[in-house]
Write a protein that binds this ligand. Sequence first.
Ligand SMILES: [Fe+2]
Length: 335
Amino acid sequence: MAAPVIAVDPLYTDAGDAERLVDLAHRFGRYRIYGEDEHIDLDIGRGLFPRHDSVQHFLRTGGARGPGADVATLAARTSYFREEYAYDGAEHIGGVESFLHNPGLLRAAVDLYDRPIVEPAIAFANLMVPGQELAVHTDVPEFRGASRRNVPQWLLVVMHHSGLFDPWRLRIATGIAYFRDGEGGALRYWPHGPDGAPVVHPVRANTAVVLDTDSVFHAVDPVAPGTEAPATGAGATLAAGPGGRWALARPDGEVVGRYDWDDLRFSVSWKAYCFVDEAERDAWRHHTDDLTIDAITRRLVADLVERELVEPDVAHDRELGLLLIDTYVRYPAAA
Ligand SMILES: [Fe+2]
């Protein structure tokens, strides 16, 4: 059965509200490369990248454009920019409220899981420059007691794909909203699982699409695939400048790319927790039924032992992390 995907069209009944969100994106001003500030390391998988599963798949396959590019080029293609407009329900910039509580997104989230209680939590912007793409992945899921604050992201992904922690998993509805029509940068997703054919969802202004991105593999097709994004290395920023021009700068301030707003791919993602009833919501809110790291690792190792892949006293190290990824996270075959 195909995973449900719900279109919200229009996102705002007043198109002026969509324009105001674009103004907000400019007002926010400065965007950093995604993923540079979060890194939790445990003995299991010590030294792996936060999203080792996705990075490994991207390096092996070469992403949407296939094999052949060197590592520096691949890195530049996926070093896109992200900032949070709201987190944990708290607004980081004025004007995001009407997006966080958008009625169309809320309705779609209720329908997605058939769960009546929806708690919007996060809104974040993704900005990509020409030449960039977003590698195939599922999003970082969350469980009661286990989130990206205390557990490595790759391990949360392993937990979900293993199916061993479903009673603790939070159902998160993700909406991806677009603010202009675009060629390139379409959402590609695999509603029939990694063995099925992908579906391409075009970018259209004032629309959104709501789905379970924690379970459904997805990617963003290259923006202007004939071009390459400049290599910046860590710490680069993309910032709004005078005259509506955007500057891509290295940490030392050297500008390596200048863009008009219309050159960039801009989307805003929305995440909401969806609960069956108040009891389930309260268990999450008050931490009355939380997993512990110890319980998580014990359960995963016990499953690997059952599969005759390790001995019960296996070392909790980098190799065990790689084995967990290879055992449980099955990516779509290369395009
Ligand atoms: Fe995603």
